[in-house]
Unconditional design. Structure first.
Length: 185
């Protein structure tokens, strides 16, 4: 006797990058959550701490509408995107990502030569970036995930480790300006 075939989730596609004309930092997540995709917003799950971290670092109120938060972030020379453009995944857990298709991060970097750092939001984004999309000669830092699934690192610890983003934004424009090629927190 055979039962029903297991449901294979549909392939979904991520969000376009959020950027201004001359970004210095590219923050890459792994792939948007189900809530983020439904809202068409990066870090759209209200339990995700990304916008709270940005509020601490850059005084961008997390309660502002998404469009305003995103605009203020781009004015700080920060771009948002994900390592994965499309994948198969049930739910929102990074561990369930299957058949990932990477975004053209190298193309984004070529189009934005002002970039000085790739900040990777969590270990999955870090692993996928280094496996599928790493850009040579552009420093990267794998930071603690702001996802609600990452309860290991307290909020204050996340903010402290994410300060590399703020420090890089205020550095002068010299390429790599003393940054290590890759930093893992």
């Amino acid at each position: 006797m055979t039962g029903p075939l297991p449901r294979i989730p549909d392939t979904s596609h991520g969000l376009p990058p959020v950027t201004g004309p001359e970004p210095i930092i590219l923050i890459l997540g792994s792939y948007p959550s189900v809530l983020s995709l439904a809202h068409g917003e990066y870090y759209g799950n209200p339990k995700n701490r990304f916008w709270a971290v940005m509020e601490e670092l850059f005084k961008i109120p997390a309660a502002l509408p998404y469009h305003e938060r995103s605009l203020r972030l781009t004015k700080k020379s920060i771009a948002l995107w994900d390592v994965v453009r499309a994948c198969t995944r049930e739910g929102s857990a990074d561990s369930r990502i299957r058949n990932p298709v990477p975004n053209d991060i190298a193309g984004f970097v070529r189009a934005h030569p002002t970039l000085r750092l790739v900040a990777l939001n969590g270990s999955t984004a870090g692993r996928m970036y280094h496996r599928f999309a790493e850009v040579e000669d552009l420093p990267s830092a794998t930071l603690p995930s702001t996802s609600p699934a990452n309860a290991r690192t307290p909020f204050a610890g996340k903010v402290r480790q994410w300060e590399i983003v703020k420090r890089t934004c205020v550095r002068d424009e010299k390429k790599a300006d003393g940054l290590p090629h890759h930093t893992e927190f």
